[in-house]
Design a protein. Structure first.
Length: 242
């Protein structure tokens, strides 16, 4: 889909559904012998798109290609406009075969068809969540929006091959900032492709996202376009060069 703006901070936005274009795009790539080193999915607009995209992944994926899924559906206990429980069920099926999934706590609850506990998740409940999410996909899990301390916010990182859960936290910055999930997933995926480990990529993405949020703070009330991630790119380049 092509949107004129995101749906969180604007009214009257346009939405152009490109669902019916996907089979022809995939078929053309397959005919041309095009294959990809990695796939990273974020916002997917419909259940039908999930089926088409999964087919494209299956037919144009190089052996060993990375497959990262950010199952964008909701936040703060609620699904975004246009999504329902039926879509969440379809997304749970779509995850199968992903190397890494990146849900937040709301999305995790909907994927597992269980109540969202808000700020009440304990460490034991969080570790149960990531293990059950891994059972859905067969891969690793990075669960975002995790907090056991009001002053800290971060991620739970589940490594399926070791069955271990690790955490990475930064200082919490109060407020709502559009686009942080997209920024996080993009930096995370890029870091994996550069050879970072799962834990290293998850931590780098947290650090970058926090810096993007801090760059946005001076005009947070007027800035509906998303975090000013561009201002944090020099930091990212330096980290990647170290």
């Amino acid at each position: 889909a092509v949107l004129s703006t995101h749906t969180g901070g604007f009214t009257g936005f346009t939405f152009r559904d490109l669902t019916e274009d996907l089979p022809a795009i995939g078929a053309h790539w397959q005919k041309q012998g095009i294959a990809f080193d990695a796939f990273y999915t974020g916002y997917i607009g419909s259940k039908q798109q999930l089926n088409y995209i999964k087919n494209i992944v299956n037919t144009t994926r190089k052996e060993g290609a990375l497959f990262v899924v950010d199952p964008v559906m909701g936040d703060n206990g609620k699904l975004y406009a246009g999504f329902d429980k039926a879509f969440a069920s379809e997304m749970a099926a779509f995850l199968k075969g992903a190397d890494v999934i990146l849900p937040n706590l709301t999305e995790a609850a909907y994927l597992l068809n269980e109540p969202y506990l808000g700020a009440e998740y304990t460490e034991a409940q969080t570790e149960s969540l990531v293990r059950r999410l891994s059972a859905l996909s067969g891969g690793n899990v990075v669960l975002t929006g995790v907090s056991f301390d009001k002053a800290k916010l971060g991620v739970a990182i589940y490594e399926r091959n070791t069955d271990r859960v690790h955490y990475y936290f930064e200082d919490r910055i109060e407020g709502s900032f559009h686009g942080t999930g997209d920024v996080y997933a993009s930096v995370f995926t890029g870091a994996l492709l550069r050879g970072y480990s799962l834990r290293e990529a998850a931590a780098l993405a947290v650090d970058f996202t926090v810096r993007a949020i801090r760059a946005t703070l001076p005009d947070r009330e007027e800035h509906a376009y998303g975090v000013k991630f561009e201002q944090a790119i020099p930091y990212l380049i330096k980290r990647l060069s170290d």
